[in-house]
Write a new protein. Sequence first.
Lengths: 247, 221
Amino acid sequence: MKVRALRLAGGLLVVLFGLWAGLRVYQSHTPKRAAPLAPLAGVRVPAGEASPPTPSDFDAPFDLGVGTAVAPGETASLRIPEHLPEFSLGGRTGKPTSITTWRGKSLIINFWATWCAPCRHEIPLLQSIRREWLDRNLEVVGIAVDYRDKVVAYADELKISYPLLIGEDDALDVARAFGVDSPAFPFTVFTDQRGEVVALYVGELHKIQVDLILSVVQSLNQNRMQLPEARHTIAEGLRSMRTEQPS
Amino acid sequence: MFPYGGTAPRTPNCDKVDLMKLLLRTAGLAAAALTFTALILPGSAGAKPWWKRGVESNEGDFLDPDVAFRAASRVDGNMLRVRWVIADGYYLYRHRMEVKAESPDLVLGEPSFPKGTMKTDPYLGTQEIFTQQVEAAVPYTRSDAGAHPIQIKVTYQGCAEAGLCYPPISKVIFATSGSALPTPLAKSHPWEGVAILGGGFAFLLAGFLLRKDRHLDTPAA
């Protein structure tokens, strides 16, 4: 009986080792395996799959760490801060303005650039959201990562009514403070009145998403929900919206 | 008592039961091993319950820009061919695509692109874009042929149809020579050897350890 138990334990250990080694390879190797190079015409690269690597990718002297192939969902997670980081950027006139100016308000902090079409699409929505929520202690702050003259001209053209902070490298530093190291635009951060970061949304916002997030922020502000539950509700809500949307 | 003083003779039914037992035992072990592995591996399903997680974002909805857009170049006679492969659901703006010489002895002419698709945006107007794949032909001359590898700098900017735009990307790449681009070999992974050896070893040893303690019944002469 004792020998039998020993054999079983030994067998179990060995099977575990095999499974562990196999899983390590599966996790670390599969997404990065080089695919055959595409022919010169008619290549379709489905969304969610890495494009075929090219000889230049392997020969180039620059840092390949930037270009390592990763499929969606396998990107390194953003290190999103729990609390609103403190920072200052120049406003429309160039005068440095701190984000603490709006302390005590729920914030929608929208990172954008004038060359970005989806960023431009969002602006009317943000304007209307601000009007709708102004009496509920909410402010929209736009952070333009762009040249000041272009931003000011565009803001004047569109009559953007919410506060704008503008910067180039300094605005990229602010994006990094939110855990976004190599930003793509737009992305939007939602905080509650206590300055807790509740959600970070990457890509163009639509009303249905803003309504969901702001209703949860409102519940937080009224102490009807705890922060972890609020974040989970938003994450699940956005996930279900994505699955309902036709691709 | 049975003849020859042995145990009861084995019947086909008896063999089936033993086989079932062995299969069930192995399945149980495998399930336990998988659960255990899932719990101990970092980043696996059992990493953190939702109430302990921080802010989650939808960043995984979009590709890394270096996956969405890939650039490569090769020498084709007196032309450089620069190719961009674009993931499905993504596009590059024609007016934001540039090719510049990086090698000191390299002089590039004007790149010629095929006709792209016209995209009309209510806020940005009508612009020419490329989807899927595009190849530009760039005439070149070299004053000191062979002294340096051909190095060019490509700049491009694109977006995802789902509503995300990437900042302009600049990359310095080498132009490979030859009429066909070679297929890169998949690099072997250090864990691959461990997995193959571990798997084989596990299979053999598990079979050895889990085998039944019986000798084959030899047929009576």
